[in-house]
Design a protein. Structure first.
Length: 95
């Protein structure tokens, strides 16, 4: 797998971004995905969380595997959040 193929594969995943600095890949959540998961967080908190959850590796396969796992986690988290919000709305409506 080339860098170009890796970057395309990671960027095709929901919620993920990738960069390469000095031979290391940095896989992280997109800031808008973090904002969707935690709407009350400020921009600074989102950036801080993106860095705290970022994965650094020099291995392409590891970068892709990590991106897939993180993407799956964020997809599940957002689905749970949406379900909980829907349940709260239904409960409020039924009073």
């Amino acid at each position: 797998m080339t860098d170009k193929e890796l970057f395309a594969a990671v960027r095709a995943l929901p919620h993920m971004t990738i960069a390469k600095f000095e031979g290391e890949y940095r896989v992280s959540y997109k800031l808008d995905s973090i904002a969707a998961a935690q709407p009350s967080w400020s921009h600074w908190h989102r950036r801080n969380h993106a860095e705290q959850t970022a994965s650094y590796t020099g291995d392409r396969d590891d970068a892709l595997g990590t991106a897939k796992a993180l993407s799956d986690y964020m997809t599940e988290l957002l689905a749970r959040n949406a379900s909980a919000a829907s349940n709260r709305s239904a409960q409020a409506a039924s009073g």
